[in-house]
Design a protein. Structure first.
Lengths: 783, 176, 436
């Protein structure tokens, strides 16, 4: 659209036509106050705080509803305007309880800010304030009615943003109240967006309320560790007896791919970290019992055992199982440890999507993967399989927002009537398991129609329509594997600008795959047999493919697998493996809790979770982001440090494992950047330009250097990464992957309120599920 | 004449002595005086050890707003907040201070915390004998600073009224 | 049903069929019914609009916007259906004119809606009647059913090949819904809350389609204009204020009632002659000239012509034609309180100044009237009202603020008489509990 010239407070402003005046003012640094205006939500004009003087208009105008017009002359600050705003604040404070000292919003309350700005400290009224009792609407949502200023942000974000519509307005006039649409409780996705968006302390969170005050916390921007979407979250941490306790999660600064969105898991389910069952010291099996031991004992024992088995039976007698929750650096280090230190290709993880097939299909095709941002901006989206509302809340949010704000077209093909069909321009129900047939049909195989059901004309029309959609983003769930993905990519190559997004279930599933936690693939989906840069860099590594996860169990049963090293995974529960197959093997488990796998271990090492360490993770769409240490539980160690310590205990020169020091040896202790809310800018710059020595073998940045150098697609801007931005990794140079075993892909049984092991130990998720009468399924455990 | 001079000088000297003998004493009989302050007297405005006040119902006035901690220039106040429940009500408002520590190693008795307090919960008492051989004894806990229950509600088992007026803790010094 | 009144100065146009049983369709046809719409069917839409424009007809709901102009804003072609709405949500205190039209001449409203629909090219009309007018809804529903039965509305009206559906809709009891965009929200089944403008209803209205919304009296005037001609109608009133309007005289008068008088009729004359003077020989104290939303006029200000422009010049508004006459036994503080109570009750609660402002005005005035007022309260009341004025989302806030400011400014002495715990000078007993 053409630009429009306006004048704001004497400043000439050029802004695209159709811009709201309040945004135009903001673009030149003039802040117009408002309560009810919220970007990307429908306009209200209800709070009257944004009144400005527009020349040639008799009354003051609301900047939030006025669209700029050529030649408009605007005054945003005058006595009249200040008085109008002061009057509004006075009226609001009339009924607002002055309980700021106990209110959770105190210190970050927009009404407080406005009162400071416009000064309405004196009360003109002597009548009693209208009072109502506080209500609890759900385990996580409390409503303190008198504090509410009726800006309707919560109602709008619930209706428009979340498409849940759990909130509404009751009564009229001064008795108007925000109320759940379902009598006295919320029937919703418990995302907490209403609490987050509340400008005052009317809506408070069950997990955070009355615990602390905003300025008493440290705020650490990191990435959520639940599903594979990679939402940025700012964790509020405070000192506790056991280290640093996380008390709040939000993304108020709107950084990252998720803007201010977080689902229930990102917002509340960090509480597993402080569960009473958390392991805080190493356990060694003595006389059949797991008994507490020191770290030195544990590492010495593991080092001795692993070395002995490697010497006696060779590397193939040791199996390694990695995690979907650990960082890229840890995953890379783990597979390097397996291949270089143990001399074994027996490394695997719980696969939730067929990334090798995806990488093979996209090999050589630049810009063919869609980032989470692309999903928000694409003119059209095709969603095959999966239920993003339940399993990928951010993806669902991006799609919903895209449809709502950009009028993009969504096409959904699913075997269930998933909720996103409400946003869909076209929805096709197919029989369960027919997703692959649909991919084949798209690729031109009309014979596949037989298993799709419905009329041929309808399907052909859909295919023709999709072919005309430029810049289509094709999102598919793990229902599509191997040949299906190839077929889909074949179809996509006929659509100009089409991009693809494969959905995997865990926080770093994509990272685990990219980092080569496969028995037959090195990082970047290079086949182990192929001599390449890894062989050169690392020296002799085994070139025969190792054992996959089920094969390791088989091998252990046969007595061939002498040792198993499990890092942050729970294969026994997840794959239903008989625990006794490992009774003769030496099992080492690194985990937060005594999981089904940990209880059979010979050594259990208490691990830190993703909120308690630094590194990087890759979300399901390939966006690389930095995680920063926020919480801390005394007695735990990060997986990175433990792997290095085990290598050291095996007598391996850790300098071969972690390229640190360059001759300097100095243990810097904790990973840098821990607990600092804000990045040390100088250090970031040095780090980004490779000018800072990595002086600790526990510094994940040292490994990130190697990852960037060796793993195709990961050579992104380090500065952007360290500044907290997301970077799309590139698939084009990956592969060629070898054929995978699709039957090894087991989708997580997670939903909106479930998150594998993490969810099992989250008090909030449990209380919400109990409230919803959905039973937390004990048998469903995952890593 | 010299003798007269001497007598005059002695008389002058003794007159001051005898004059002072009948004036009220200016010296405070500390530490042998009566009362919790052992004879020491203070101006009202004297800022001694803190006292956390209670309201007329015996509930703690402190609502754990953290404003004292925010105002404290030496960062010596540590608070953990918790929510009141119907069964367990500690303060009059929604929340209370589960933990309230003042580190007298760092406190400079500036009174900013008292100024900041929106509920008049924290006040300066007149307690002054704070010295200790062990620095860790100087971290005072909430229980050590809390005013007693009003008389009609039964006295705080840890304190007696006199001690609270004095503002000195009666807990035995740890490690002493 | 109220008795009808009359006066020799009346010019009966809209009210010409009152009391003649015109609710009956046959009787209505005898009295030139449905002739205007048949004439309209033979005219070009633009001609109808120009005719109405030239007649000087201005909206009878209160704002006084030119009706023909309003119709001309509707785009000729639109992707969405166009609608014509009749605003019969008459709730302004002191106003009771539409009620008589619905009761005595319901078909004239239907005819007006039809002509408007023909003028703007709409095929659907809604007649929205205030929820409290339940008995009128029955009359209106019967009228619509009768018109359908004769084929006057529905498919192929009067054999012209054109379709036009007309529906009746009842309100749920909200003054706010008298505001045109809130009425559309209400019609759509939502909370009665006004919409942000622009876009204006003529472009985006009901269900997103271009919409004409007019007061019932305005629409009921249209058939007469079509039959009588623009010049005739314009000539009845003063320049730019065409025709006649129904004035609702109420309060301390000898002959209160609804009178149809030409626009620009002198207010003083209206009170003294048409209304029969002040009842019981008392003295006139104040006049509210256009419904409770309009600022009060003092006895020395009432020598004014009752048209939109002249009353505005006198510092008030013609509004909806509800003339409330107060004699010298009235306590103006109580009157202000009664007015504010209404607005406090009817505020939709959407925007801050109206929601909170009316409530605090009510609380303060209640206390004030019961003798607990302080001197600064008088200024506070004015300050509060001034903070509301011109800053609310819709005119309801202004409607509450404007009269309040006028009461304080013009009757400050009376407010001061309530100070210092003195009982209301006009009442021996305070009927309402303090601080209710």
């Amino acid at each position: 659209m053409a630009d429009v010239n306006i004048t704001v407070d004497g400043k000439a402003v050029k802004t695209p036509a159709g811009t709201l005046l309040i945004e135009a003012c903001k673009s030149v640094g003039i802040e117009v106050p408002s309560f009810c205006y919220y970007p990307n939500l429908s306009l209200q004009g209800a709070c009257r705080m944004c009144l400005v003087k527009v020349e040639k208009m008799p009354k003051l105008q609301t900047a939030c509803t006025t669209v700029v017009a050529e030649g408009m002359i605007v005054t945003t600050d005058s006595d009249e305007i200040r008085q109008a705003r002061k009057g509004m604040v006075e009226l609001l404070l009339g009924n607002h309880p002055l309980d700021c000292p106990v209110c959770d919003a105190g210190g970050e309350c927009e009404l407080q800010d406005m009162t400071f700005s416009y000064g309405a400290a004196e009360s003109k009224y002597i009548e009693p304030k209208n009072h109502r009792e506080e209500q609890q609407w759900s385990p996580v949502v409390f409503f303190d009615r008198p504090r509410c200023i009726l800006c309707y942000r919560c109602v709008r974000v619930c209706n428009e943003g979340m498409d849940v519509a759990a909130l509404g307005v009751q009564n009229r006039g001064v008795s108007s109240i925000i109320a759940p649409n379902n009598e006295d409780h919320l029937e919703c996705e418990e995302c907490g967006m209403c609490i987050d968006i509340c400008p005052v302390g009317a809506l408070t969170s069950g997990s955070y309320r009355y615990k602390t005050r905003p300025w008493e916390m440290n705020h650490v921007g990191t990435v959520c560790t639940h599903c594979g979407d990679g939402c940025k979250t700012t964790l509020g941490v405070r000192r506790a007896d056991t280290g640093m306790e996380i008390v709040r999660g939000d993304n108020r600064d709107k950084s990252g791919i998720n803007n201010d969105f977080l689902c229930i898991k990102g917002r509340y389910a960090f509480d597993f970290a402080n569960h009473q069952d958390r392991l805080t010291q190493p356990l060694i099996r003595k006389n059949g019992q797991l008994t507490p031991a020191t770290w030195e004992e544990a590492f010495e024992l593991i080092g001795k055992k692993f070395s002995a088995i490697r010497e006696k039976d060779g590397g193939q007698a040791i199996g390694v199982i990695g995690s979907n929750h650990t960082t890229n650096e840890e995953n890379y280090l783990l597979q390097k440890f397996a291949r270089v230190v143990l001399g074994s290709n027996n490394i695997d993880h719980h696969r939730t999507a067929d990334f090798p097939a995806f990488a093979a299909a996209l090999r050589g095709r630049a810009n063919a993967t869609a980032s989470m941002r692309d999903v928000y901006n694409a003119p059209a989206v095709l969603l095959i399989g999966n239920d993003p509302t339940e399993k990928h809340p951010l993806l669902a949010w991006q799609i919903r927002s895209n449809v709502r704000l950009h009028r993009s077209r969504l096409y959904v093909v699913n075997s269930q009537p998933i909720k996103l069909r409400r946003q869909a321009a076209g929805f096709q129900l197919i029989p369960a398991g027919a997703e692959g047939a649909f991919a084949a049909f798209l690729a031109g195989e009309d014979a596949a129609l037989a298993s799709l059901g419905g009329s041929k004309d309808g399907w052909t029309a859909l295919r023709d329509k999709l072919k005309t959609e430029e810049n289509l983003v094709i999102v598919f769930g793990s229902e599509l594997r191997e040949g299906d993905i190839t077929a889909l990519v074949k179809f996509g190559s006929a659509v100009p600008g089409a991009k693809f997004l494969a959905l995997a279930d865990y926080a770093n599933s994509r990272g685990a795959a990219d980092m080569g936690l496969y028995p037959d693939l090195l990082p970047g989906y290079l086949p182990v047999a192929e001599a390449g840069k890894f062989h050169q860099e690392w020296g002799g590594i085994p070139s025969a493919p190792g054992l996959s996860l089920p094969e390791m169990a088989e091998s252990a049963k046969a007595g061939k697998l002498k040792a198993l090293y499990v890092v942050g995974a729970n294969p026994i529960a997840r794959f239903g493996i008989d625990p006794f197959v490992f009774s003769k093997s030496f099992v080492v488990v690194q985990d937060m809790f005594l999981t089904e796998t940990a209880v059979i271990a010979d050594v259990v090492l208490p691990a830190a979770n993703a909120y308690e360490k630094s590194g990087s993770v890759t979300n399901t769409s390939g966006d690389l982001q930095l995680v920063k240490k926020a919480g801390e539980v005394t007695g735990t160690k990060g997986d990175f440090e433990m792997i290095v310590r085990i290598a050291d205990a095996m007598g391996f020169d850790v300098r071969q494992l972690v390229p640190f020091g360059r001759g300097t040896r100095a243990d810097m202790g904790q990973t840098r950047g821990a607990q600092s809310g804000e990045a040390d800018r100088h250090a970031v710059w040095l780090e980004a330009n490779g000018l800072e020595l990595k002086m600790s073998p526990f510094d994940p940045m040292a490994i990130l250097d190697e990852i960037q150098r060796l793993v195709p697609g990961y050579n992104i801007s380090r500065l952007a990464l360290l500044s907290g931005n997301d970077q799309q990794t590139n698939f084009a140079a990956s592969g060629p992957a070898v054929a995978q075993k699709p039957e090894l892909i087991v989708p997580a049984a997670d939903g909106l309120f479930r998150s594998g092991t993490l969810g099992r130990y989250s008090h909030t998720l449990h209380s919400v599920m109990e409230n919803k009468d959905r039973q937390p399924s004990e048998e469903v455990a995952a890593d | 004449m010299a003798i007269l001079k001497d007598i005059a000088a002695i008389a002058k000297g003794m007159s001051i002595t005898f004059g002072e003998m009948f004036k009220p004493t200016q010296v405070e009989n500390y530490p042998d005086g009566p009362g919790p302050f052992k004879g020491a007297k203070f101006q009202e405005r004297f800022r001694g050890a803190h006292v956390l006040q209670r309201d007329e119902n015996g509930l703690e006035k402190c609502v754990a707003c953290f404003l004292c901690a925010a105002a404290c220039p030496s960062n010596c106040i540590y608070i953990e907040a918790a929510e009141n429940t119907e069964e367990h009500r500690v303060s009059g408002a929604e929340r209370y201070a589960k933990v309230y520590d003042i580190d007298y190693n760092r406190c400079i008795f500036c009174g900013y915390c008292v100024e900041a307090c929106p509920t008049d919960a924290i006040t300066h008492g007149h307690g002054f004998e704070l010295a200790s051989f062990n620095a860790s004894n100087l971290v005072y806990r909430k229980e050590q600073m809390l005013a007693p229950q009003p008389a009609h509600l039964g006295a705080n088992s840890i304190f007696n009224q006199a001690e609270v007026e004095g503002g000195t803790p009666s807990l035995p010094a740890q490690g002493a | 049903m109220a008795d009808l009144v009359s006066h020799s100065d009346e010019v009966k146009i809209v009210s010409r069929r009152f009391g003649q049983g015109a609710a009956n369709l046959d009787r209505y046809l005898e009295l030139d019914g449905y002739k205007a719409v048949q004439k309209a069917l033979s005219m070009q839409p633009d001609d109808i609009i120009n005719l109405v424009k030239n007649s000087g007809l201005r909206g009878r709901g209160g704002a006084g916007f030119s009706t023909g102009m309003k119709w001309s804003f509707v785009p000729k072609t639109a992707p969405k259906p166009k609608y014509v709405l009749c605003n019969g949500d008459e709730s302004e205190p002191g106003t009771c004119k539409d009620r008589l039209i619905f009761e005595h001449d319901p078909h004239s409203v239907i005819e007006g809606v039809m002509i408007a629909a023909l003028a703007v090219g709409s095929q659907a009309g809604y007649i929205y009647i205030r929820g409290e007018y339940r008995y009128l809804s029955n009359i209106m529903q019967k009228a619509i059913a009768d018109a359908y039965a004769r084929g006057f509305i529905g498919k192929n009206i009067f054999g012209s090949g054109r379709d036009l559906e007309i529906y009746w809709h009842g309100g749920a009891g909200a003054y706010e819904v008298g505001e045109e965009s809130a009425l559309m929200e209400s019609l759509e089944g939502k909370r009665g809350i006004p919409r942000i403008r622009p876009p204006f209803p003529a472009v985006v209205g009901l269900w997103g389609g271009p919409t004409v919304i007019n007061n019932a009296e305005t629409l009921a005037s249209v058939p007469h204009i079509l039959l009588g001609g623009a010049e005739w109608y314009a000539g009845l009133g003063t320049p730019k204020n065409g025709g006649t309007r129904l004035f609702c005289l109420s309060g301390n008068l000898n002959k209160p009632g609804v009178y149809e008088l030409p626009m620009g009729y002198n207010l003083k004359k209206m009170i003294e002659e048409v209304g029969g003077g002040i009842a019981n020989g008392r003295k006139l104290k104040a006049v509210v000239p256009g419904g409770s939303s309009t600022p009060v006029l003092l006895p020395n200000e009432i020598d004014v012509a009752m048209d939109f422009d002249s009353v505005a010049k006198a510092g008030s508004m013609l509004g909806s034609g509800g003339v409330v006459v107060l004699d010298d036994t009235t306590c103006m503080v109580k009157f202000a309180l009664r007015t504010i109570k209404f607005y406090q009750h009817e505020s939709c609660g959407w925007c801050i100044p109206c929601r909170e402002g009316t409530d605090w005005l009510k609380k303060t005035l209640t206390r004030f009237h019961h003798g607990a007022g302080q001197k600064k309260d008088i200024d506070n009341i004015q300050y509060l009202a001034e903070n509301m004025l011109g800053r609310t989302f819709c005119p309801l806030g202004d409607a509450a603020a404007m009269p309040t400011i006028a009461f304080v400014k013009k009757f400050r002495q009376e407010f001061e008489d309530h100070l210092d715990g003195k009982p209301c000078p006009y009442e021996k007993n305070v009927a309402e509990p303090a601080l209710a």
